[in-house]
Design a protein around this ligand. Structure first.
Ligand code: PLP
Length: 392
């Protein structure tokens, strides 16, 4: 069949090979533990499900949603920003409902750049940025992030040529895959860099509420006048365990939001109104369910972190996200180490290189299994590494 070069050139879906091998191993009786999944395993809080059930009964909610989302949802997003971040938003021009933030990110790139334009993307980073830039006919330039600097952007390392060519800059904190977190000054630097070089700054805040130990992740819109150059993507997927519901939003710069709205209104007709109303209810809640959920992830993170330290890994304790990003023993590539961990210990992790070349030497471990399974993971990893992998 005739298909587009842009689609043909996409890299093969990263997880498909591991998933195939997982099925094969399970078929021969191996108890595979999958820590490759980038999604929370907990159920959606009951009050949100109850609200959905109520709204589903209302025939008014069976009609098309407005293209930019229901007013109720957009107002709830604005309320959340006011309450949680002290940021004021106009729900009519500065908020747009999305069918999950992934489509919003990919479609924003389509709406914001022309073929040949350059986009600065974090390396390592969420793979959707790069593939979406490719699908839009653009060129991705890596913004290097490194462990020594806590994975914050090092704008001084961006070349003059890239500064002039770039139209968009992507950032993501708490980060996937690195679990890195920042304070507001990092966003201030990014906004200053964006304004100075005429580059729009796009912050992906998918894990904004998934934080531990009293740490509160800032919004980029808390930087004064950030709206002149920035938008921020948010999602209910990770904070409220709603990945399958497909509901998110983008807030901030009016012009970018208008362009995305126009683009999307030719492709989709927003999300099911009952889902938008249940999501609005979640955003207006006291977030106590989010806190409970964070306690569960924190306990898993502590257990995994402690186990990795005992097994000799070099790893930082995260303040947010549902991941642990750890260095692997010297002498292995990320791909070989991940492969061996599956074959010899029955554990699936994601090789760091799946997130860009700077991920070499690291793996991403998802905290999406219960404590007893984490204990089993640690037991197997210790056994695996004691076979001489980490000898010193
Ligand atoms: C999960 C994730 C998303 C996408 O979330 P949606 O379910 O599409 O809202 C976006 N960015 C990052 C970094 C993620 O990990």
């Amino acid at each position: 069949m005739y298909v587009s070069d842009r689609v043909k050139e996409l890299p093969p879906y990263l997880f498909s090979r591991f998933q195939k091998r997982k099925e094969e191993l399970k078929a021969i009786g191996v108890d595979v533990i999958d820590l490759g999944i980038g999604a929370p395993d907990l159920p959606t809080p009951k009050f949100i499900i109850d609200k959905l059930c109520e709204e589903v009964q209302n025939p008014m909610n069976h009609r098309y949603s407005p293209y930019d989302g229901s007013k109720e949802f957009r107002e709830a997003v604005a309320h959340f920003y006011q309450n949680h971040y002290g940021v004021e938003l106009d729900p009519d021009t500065e908020v747009l409902a999305l069918i999950g933030s992934k489509e919003g990110i990919a479609n924003l790139i389509q709406a914001a750049i022309n073929p040949g334009d350059t986009v600065l993307i974090p390396d390592p980073g969420y793979p959707v940025y790069q593939t979406a830039v490719h699908l839009a006919g653009g060129t991705s330039t890596y913004l290097p992030l490194d462990a020594q600097n806590g994975y914050v952007p090092m704008f001084e390392r961006v070349s003059e040529m890239d500064k002039q060519a770039a139209k968009l800059l992507f950032l993501n904190y708490p980060g996937n895959p690195t679990a890195a977190t920042v304070e507001l000054n990092t966003f201030l630097e990014a906004i200053t860099f964006g304004k100075k070089n005429n580059i729009a700054v796009i912050h992906d805040a998918a894990y904004d509420l998934v934080t531990f130990d009293g740490y509160k992740s800032p919004s980029i819109l808390q930087v004064p006048q950030a709206k002149e150059v920035a938008v921020e993507f948010g999602s209910l997927s990770k904070s409220f365990n709603m990945t399958g519901w497909r509901i998110g939003y983008v807030v901030g710069n009016k012009d970018l939001i208008k362009a995305l709205h126009t683009y999307k209104s030719n492709i989709d007709t927003s999300q099911f109104l009952a889902i938008q109303k249940a999501a609005a209810h979640a955003l207006r809640s006291d977030l106590s369910d989010v806190k409970k959920h964070n306690e569960i992830f924190k306990a898993r993170m502590e257990r995994m972190y402690q186990g990795l330290i005992e097994a000799g890994f070099e790893v930082e304790k995260p303040r947010g996200s549902i991941f642990i990003w750890t260095k692997i023993p010297a002498g292995y590539t990320s791909a070989v180490f991940s492969e061996k961990l599956l074959e010899e210990a029955g554990i699936i992790v994601t090789p760091g290189t799946a997130f860009g070349p700077s991920g070499e030497g690291y793996i991403r471990i998802s905290l999406s299994v219960q404590l007893d399974r984490i204990d089993e993971v640690i037991r197997r990893i210790k056994e695996f590494t004691s076979k001489g992998v980490i000898s010193s």
